[in-house]
Design a protein. Structure first.
Length: 185
């Protein structure tokens, strides 16, 4: 069940925002193959066309420039679309640490939302992959007993101080919730 949260009430994602470097990181990672294909087309296309014209399509006459330019325009349109997608993903990324639950919502067309009660969280840890290292980003992971938490329960693309602060805030709120449960019975 998706619960609508008021994003204007100073959620955690406004206090500790994602870094804009996340857009660049995701765009580059998503476009590496397309960039390699574009370079391959520019470098090897004339050779491939002359070979295919002599062997595969001997009677076919193609304007090499038009085919290469069309291929590159398509590739760059995909690159630009990927950049816009990741910008929208960044703008719609929402997370909030409430007094008893962590809410994370992400996605552009069909947003996924996960709400984890703080008393169900088993661990909060910060890590980074190679691209995070290059861009100075950190990911804050939350683990609980559910499989879903391993997939969706992470806030990725924050700076080091933001990651440390998020982790600290989560542990503080977890302690408050657990102490209320022990006192309240």
């Amino acid at each position: 069940m998706v619960v609508a949260y008021d994003v204007t009430r100073n959620p955690t994602c406004k206090e500790i925002p994602l870094s804009r470097r996340k857009i660049l990181k995701k765009t580059i990672v998503g476009n590496v193959i397309l960039i390699i294909v574009a370079v391959f087309i520019v470098i090897f296309y004339p050779i491939l066309i002359s070979m295919s014209a002599q062997t595969i399509f001997p009677g076919l006459v193609m304007d090499d420039f038009i085919v290469m330019a069309t291929s590159l325009v398509i590739i760059f349109a995909i690159l630009a679309t990927n950049l816009v997608y990741h910008y929208l993903y960044y703008k719609r990324y929402y997370y909030d640490l409430k007094k008893d639950v962590l809410v994370i919502r992400k996605g552009v067309f069909i947003p996924k939302e996960i709400s984890i009660p703080l008393d169900k969280i088993q661990d909060v840890y910060v890590d980074r992959d190679t691209m995070d290292l290059l861009f100075g980003l950190y990911d804050v992971h939350v683990s609980s007993a559910t499989i879903q938490s391993g997939v969706d329960a992470h806030i990725d693309g924050v700076k080091q101080d933001g990651a440390a602060k998020l982790r600290e805030m989560m542990f503080e709120n977890m302690q408050k919730v657990k102490s209320k449960k022990t006192i309240g019975g």
